[in-house]
Each structure stands twice: as structure tokens, then as C-alpha cells.
Design a protein around this ligand. Structure first.
Ligand SMILES: [Mg+2]
Length: 162
């Protein structure tokens, strides 16, 4: 089984900093009567498409199915499996996404990139093949983050932590 790459959108791919860091392009999205402004880095699409050779990409974003409708095309990504969040009630000290991620992934290997996770979420998945990778939502995914994702698993799917 290939490892999963679970993708949060706001923060890792659409930084919270206004104005965004250099390299991000402004996109206006509209659907029905709603509209949004997001800032995307074209290199992220390139990196993610390359990672799809190793990982099965999955949306783990509060945009839920909207990520496929509105965001995947902007990043040059295909329609991806999507984790849904029936209840977003805050959980003290932990991301409200974590129980849903745990249920969705089961025993599969993964790297989960998210700017809303911390030590408790990392510790929630003690297996070395299940990696929670906190991202700085002010910068979005950096070259160092992508290097870490690429190095998370060797070709045989085993963790390659050194
Ligand atoms: Mg986020």
C-alpha cells in the first residue's frame, strides 16, 4: 500500500499572512453567491504532483468537497479522496481533525501536513509510519517541508527517519 499524503489547505497551501509571502499568487474563487480569495504558490502544485508518484494524495481540509471543486484545479491536481468532519467542536489541546484522521487512515502509512496540529496530535499517532507534520501557517509549505515529506518514507514504504 502506498503511503497517504493528507493535505490541509488553509495554512500549508494558502498562508494566513496578509500580504502572503513572496511567490504566492492571488486567486479569486466564486461559487453561487459566495466568493473567496486564496493565495497559492505555483511551485506547490509542481511539488504535490511529483509527490503523487509516491503518495496517494488526500484532502484533509475544512473545505471538504469544495477542495476538489474549487482548489484542486488551481493546483493542477486531480480530484482527490476527501476526509469529512461531521463535528468541528474544539478539542482542548488537540486538533478537532485528529479523531477523524485516525478513523479514516486506519493502519495506513501517512504524512499529514497541517498548521493546526501540535505535540498532542503528533503523539496521538505513535507509529513511525504515521507522521503528523506541523506546518507554519504564516509561511505555508516550505522547501524544507517538502524535503521532509519526500524523506518520510523509503521506496519500500518503511519509515526512513534518521
Ligand atoms: Mg489549516
Amino acid at each position: 500500500m502506498r503511503p497517504l499524503l493528507l493535505l490541509d489547505f488553509d495554512g500549508p497551501l494558502n498562508p494566513h499572512t496578509k500580504p502572503p509571502p513572496p511567490g504566492y499568487l492571488r486567486h479569486e474563487i466564486a461559487e453561487g453567491t459566495k466568493s473567496w480569495v486564496v493565495h497559492l504558490n505555483p511551485h506547490h502544485g509542481v511539488e504535490l504532483r511529483a509527490l503523487a508518484a509516491t503518495f496517494d494524495l488526500v484532502w484533509a481540509s475544512s473545505w471538504e468537497h469544495g477542495a476538489n471543486r474549487l482548489l484542486s484545479p488551481l493546483l493542477g491536481l486531480p480530484q482527490l479522496p476527501t476526509i469529512l468532519w461531521p463535528d468541528r467542536t474544539p478539542i482542548p489541546g488537540r486538533s478537532w481533525k485528529t479523531p477523524y484522521v485516525a478513523e479514516w487512515v486506519g493502519d495506513r502509512s501517512f504524512v499529514w501536513v497541517d498548521d493546526g496540529v501540535g505535540d498532542a496530535d503528533v503523539a496521538y499517532f505513535p507509529g513511525a509510519h504515521q507522521v503528523v507534520w506541523p506546518v507554519d501557517g504564516r509561511t505555508g509549505l516550505t522547501p524544507d517541508d517538502f524535503r521532509a515529506i519526500r524523506n518520510s518514507f523509503a521506496d519500500n514504504g518503511d519509515p526512513a527517519h534518521s
